[in-house]
Design a protein around this ligand. Structure first.
Ligand code: BG6
Length: 600
C-alpha cells in the first residue's frame, strides 16, 4: 500500500511546490515508508527520489527549494523490487519527460515489460509501475496525444491501481486512473489535486470527489475531467464537503488505526490476492518435505495453526513450532524438512532465530511476510508476500487475515500440484474481499453491543474445535492485547478436563463455529457450559439454527472452509476493539506491547 499525491496550479504557489509535495508525503507516510520521491514540471521534468523516510529524502535532495506549477509525490511500501533508489517512485519514460506514481499491483507487468523492451524501451527499475511510463511513451510515439496515450496504456494494464502521471510536454495537466486502490480528487481555487486519501487533500481544500473503480481522467488548474468506458462523467455533481480535521482524517475518519485496519481488510485482502506470486515454488518446496515446521509468534503463529490444520488433510506432517520454543525441536530439523515461517514484520527475533537454526540443518524455509526487504526475506529460500500495507495498530488484524488468505492460496497450490481440481477454492479465495466486507458490515453492530456486556468481566473462555481452535486463540489474544481482559482459548473438548471448574453464573464463554465439521460436537460443549451458568456467545454461520442455542450469537456470512477462519475472526477483532474502548483504553497503543519484538 503506497501513497500518491499530485497537484497542479494555475500560477506558481507562494510556498515552493517542493515543500507542498513534502508535506503531502508526510501525511501519506503511514501508507508506506521505505522510499519516497517527487517529480516536478517547471521548464522540464525534475525527479528527486531515494530509499529512506520522507524527511531524510526531502532533506537530502532539498525538496523545499524546488519550484514549479505541477508535481507528483510518492511514498512507497515495496511490493515488486526492493526498497532502493532505482525502485523508488516516480518512474519515468526513456526520454525523461513522463513521470508516474502508482499504488497497487500491475499483475501483467512482466509481459508488458518484455514487449516494451523488444521495442527498445530501457527499464531502470525492477518495479511493475515503470511499464506504465513506457507504455504512454510508446503510444505518444505512435502519434497519440498524452491523454489518448494514457487511456490506451490503461487498456493494457491488469491489476489494482491508483495512478497519477505528468508529461513535461503537456505540463498543465495531471492524468489519473483508479481500479481497486483508493484515489481522491481535491477541488481547489486555481489548483486541483489527486491523492490516495482524504487527509492529504484536507490541507488544501475540503471539497473532494471520490474517483470510482474503472474511472480515469485528468485535472488542470481549473478543470476536473472524469471518464468511464469512454463516457464523460459529471464530476461537478460529485463534489463533497468533508467536515473532518486533517488529523481525524489520517485515521480515515476512524477513531483508531486498529478500527481503520479492521475495516481495511477487504482492500488488503484484494491487493494480497491480486498480488500473489511464487505459489507454485512454495507448494513444491512443501510437498517434497518430510516434516513441515510451521513457525511464528503471536497472531502469526495462529495463522500458521490454521494452515497446519489444512496440511493434515493432505497427509502432510505439519509440526507447529512456537518461535521462542524452537530449540526444543532442533534435534528434529533435517535437510529433508521444510518450514513455513510467518512474520508480518519479518523482524521478530524469535522467528528469525528459529529460521536460522532450521536452515543451519538444511531445512528449506518458505517465509510469508508483509515487508519487502525485511530480515526474514534475506534468510529464507522462498518468500511469499502478503500485501496488507503497513499495519499501525499494535494488535495484528489485517496482517493476520492476509496471512491466512496467503496460506490458503499456498494450500490450494499444493492441492493443484497433487492433481486436485482447485477451481472452487480459487473462486473462494478471489471472493474473500467481498465476503470480508460483508463480515465487517454485518457483525460490527453486534460486536459493539456485546462489548458493553463483556467490559466488566474479569475473564472469558474462547473455545472451538478443529480449524476453529486457532481462530479462538486469535480472538482471545485480541481481547487480552487491547482490552486487558484475561481470555483463554483451548479446544472445546478439553473443557471437562479441568477448565470448566472456573465456570460460574455469567462466566462468558465464546464459541467459534467456523469449522463445519465440528459444529455438532461444539454444541454439546455449549450445553455443558450453559448447565453451569455460563453466558454462552458464538460466532455462527448466518441463518443457522445454532444461534437459538446460545445466549448471544453473532451471525457471520456463509462461506467455504477456506474463508471461514477469516470471516469468523473479524467479529472477534471488533469485539476486542470495542471492549477496549468501552474500558477507556487506547487500542492503538496497548500497554506493555510492541508492534515488533526484535529482542529476545
Ligand atoms: C507481537 C505483536 O509483538 O509480535 C503481534 O504484538 C504479532 O501482533 C507478533 O503477531 C508477531 O509479529 P510478526 O511481525 O512476526 O508477525
Amino acid at each position: 500500500m503506497c501513497g500518491i499525491f499530485g497537484i497542479v496550479y494555475a500560477d506558481r504557489p507562494r510556498r515552493n511546490l517542493g515543500e507542498v509535495l513534502r508535506k503531502a508525503l508526510e501525511r501519506l507516510e503511514y501508507r508506506g515508508y521505505d522510499s519516497a520521491g517527487i517529480a516536478v514540471v517547471d521548464r522540464g521534468l525534475v525527479v528527486r527520489k531515494d530509499a529512506g523516510k520522507v524527511a531524510e529524502v526531502a532533506a537530502r535532495y532539498g525538496f523545499d527549494s524546488i519550484q514549479g506549477v505541477a508535481g507528483l509525490a510518492h511514498t512507497r511500501w515495496a511490493t515488486h523490487g526492493k526498497p532502493d533508489q532505482a525502485n523508488a517512485h516516480p518512474h519515468t519514460d526513456c526520454r525523461g519527460v513522463i513521470a508516474v506514481v502508482h499504488n497497487g499491483i500491475v499483475e501483467n507487468y512482466a509481459e508488458l515489460r518484455e514487449e516494451l523492451a523488444a521495442r527498445g524501451h530501457v527499464f531502470r527499475s525492477e518495479t511493475d509501475t515503470e511499464v506504465i511510463a513506457h507504455l504512454v511513451e510508446e503510444y505518444k510515439r505512435q502519434g497519440l496525444d498524452t491523454f489518448a496515450a494514457f487511456k490506451k496504456a490503461l487498456s493494457r494494464v491488469r491489476g489494482a491501481y491508483a495512478v497519477a502521471l505528468i508529461d513535461a510536454e503537456n505540463p498543465k495537466a495531471i492524468y489519473f486512473a483508479r481500479n481497486l486502490s483508493p484515489l481522491i480528487i481535491g477541488v481547489g481555487d486555481g489548483f486541483n489535486i489527486v491523492a490516495s486519501d482524504i487527509p492529504t487533500v484536507l490541507d488544501h481544500t475540503r471539497r473532494v470527489i471520490a474517483v470510482r473503480d474503472g474511472e480515469y481522467g485528468y485535472i488542470t488548474p481549473h478543470q476536473v475531467y472524469i471518464e468511464a468506458d469512454g463516457v464523460p462523467q459529471d464530476a461537478s455533481s460529485r463534489v463533497e464537503e468533508i467536515p473532518w480535521s486533517a488529523e481525524m482524517a489520517t485515521k480515515g475518519g476512524y477513531a483508531h488505526f486498529m478500527l481503520k485496519e479492521i475495516y481495511e481488510q477487504p482492500e488488503s485482502l484484494a491487493t494480497t490476492v491480486a498480488g500473489l506470486e511464487g505459489l507454485e515454488a512454495a507448494a513444491a518446496s512443501l510437498l517434497s518435505a518430510r516434516n513441515i515446521y510451521v513457525v511464528g509468534a503471536g497472531s502469526s503463529l495462529h495463522a500458521g495453526l490454521v494452515f497446519a490444520q489444512l496440511l493434515l488433510r493432505i497427509k502432510a506432517t505439519p509440526v507447529p513450532v512456537v518461535a521462542s520454543e524452537y530449540a526444543a525441536y532442533e534435534p528434529l530439523f533435517d535437510k529433508g524438512d521444510a518450514a513455513v515461517a510467518i512474520s508480518q514484520s519479518g523482524e521478530t527475533i524469535d522467528t528469525i532465530k528459529a529460521v536460522r537454526a532450521m536452515r543451519e540443518r538444511g531445512v528449506r524455509v518458505l517465509s510469508v511476510t508483509n515487508v519487502v526487504g525485511s530480515t526474514i526475506t534475506r534468510e529464507s529460500d522462498v518468500v511469499v508476500y502478503t500485501r496488507a500495507g503497513p499495519e499501525i495498530g499494535v494488535a495484528a488484524t489485517k496482517t493476520f487475515t492476509t496471512q491466512v488468505a496467503t496460506l490458503s492460496a499456498i494450500y490450494a497450490a499444493m492441492l493443484k500440484a497433487l492433481g486436485y481440481d482447485t477451481a472452487p477454492m480459487e473462486r473462494e479465495i478471489k471472493a474473500l474481499p467481498d465476503l470480508a466486507r460483508k463480515a465487517v458490515e454485518n457483525t460490527a453492530g453486534a460486536a459493539k453491543d456485546l462489548a458493553r456486556r463483556l467490559k466488566a468481566k474479569p475473564s472469558a473462555y474462547y473455545l472451538g474445535r478443529g480449524s476453529a481452535v486457532p481462530v479462538a486463540m486469535e480472538g482471545a489474544l485480541k481481547l487480552k492485547e487491547v482490552a486487558y481482559i484475561h481470555a483463554e482459548a483451548y479446544p472445546a473438548g478439553e473443557s471437562k478436563h479441568g477448565p470448566i471448574a472456573l465456570v460460574e453464573d455469567g462466566f462468558p464463554v465464546l464459541f467459534v463455529f467456523s469449522d463445519p465439521n465440528t459444529r455438532e460436537k461444539t454444541l454439546s460443549n455449549v450445553a455443558e457450559m450453559k448447565a453451569r451458568g455460563a453466558y454462552t456467545i458464538g460466532t455462527v454461520p448466518a441463518r443457522s439454527d445454532i444461534a437459538k442455542r446460545l445466549d448471544y450469537a453473532i451471525e457471520v456470512p456463509e462461506s467455504g472452509e477456506l474463508a471461514a477462519p477469516i470471516l469468523h475472526v473479524i467479529p472477534l477483532q471488533l469485539l476486542a476493539y470495542f471492549t477496549a474502548v468501552e474500558r477507556g483504553y487506547d487500542p492503538d497503543k496497548p500497554r506493555n506491547l510492541a508492534k515488533t519484538v526484535t529482542v529476545e
